[in-house]
Design a protein around this ligand. Sequence first.
Ligand SMILES: Cc1cc2nc3c(=O)[nH]c(=O)nc-3n(C[C@H](O)[C@H](O)[C@H](O)COP(=O)(O)OP(=O)(O)OC[C@H]3O[C@@H](n4cnc5c(N)ncnc54)[C@H](O)[C@@H]3O)c2cc1C
Length: 202
Amino acid sequence: MPAPDYTETPSNASAALPPGMVLGPDGKPCRTCTDWKSWSKIGKAAKNKESSSSSSSSPSSSGSTDAKTAVAAGAATTTTPASSSFNYEAECPPDREVLGRATWTFLHTMAAYYPDKPSSMEQSTMKSLLSSFSQFYPCGHCAEHLRQEMKVTPPKVESRKELAWWMCGMHNKVNEMLGKEIFDCNRVDERWRDGPADGRCD
Ligand SMILES: Cc1cc2nc3c(=O)[nH]c(=O)nc-3n(C[C@H](O)[C@H](O)[C@H](O)COP(=O)(O)OP(=O)(O)OC[C@H]3O[C@@H](n4cnc5c(N)ncnc54)[C@H](O)[C@@H]3O)c2cc1C
């Protein structure tokens, strides 16, 4: 399957798009590929554009997600929600960060409860699930990266421990790429299944 064309604006981008904004293959900003900080700039810019268009006589014909026109109209720079009771994660469609956290929760928890001795059918189902997942994960450039990593290190589905460690390794590759702390894979069961020994999660 040909890789879709995702483009991230560089950190020194100055003109058309805010840095960090990712465009999907359709050329429109991709919310699930972008962090909310960058997304909110384009969102507010689009709103500014719409309100200035509606105050003039000609109605806006383009969608509110047309990044280039919106930013050209003057991107708002604030990323602070208007109301302190506003909770982005609880109220809004996911950005790249929210989607990532929720997905890792699902993936690690699924691995933590995978059978110790999976049947060959269960192993093959898990392989298909991960392969399908890497095709459809809605952050396109994240999915592309995952597919590349899965070619180099294919999923280990022979046992619960192997899958949990493989998943931990995949997550650590992303952590490394993003400059985040590397997680100690000896702690995957504690983090995702058993909870810490001091019982604070019980
Ligand atoms: C498949 C996939 C690919 C991604 N690719 C990209 C990408 O290319 N670019 C991008 O910007 N973002 C990507 N993301 C999102 C990114 O990984 C984070 O989810 C996001 O940046 C939020 O990070 P966070 O610091 O809140 O914690 P997350 O990295 O989301 O971690 C959530 C929790 O998992 C635990 N944890 C951390 N590392 C491990 C580990 N190795 N094993 C087990 N548990 C762990 C920690 O307790 C942590 O609090 C991807 C997400 C997924 C699911």
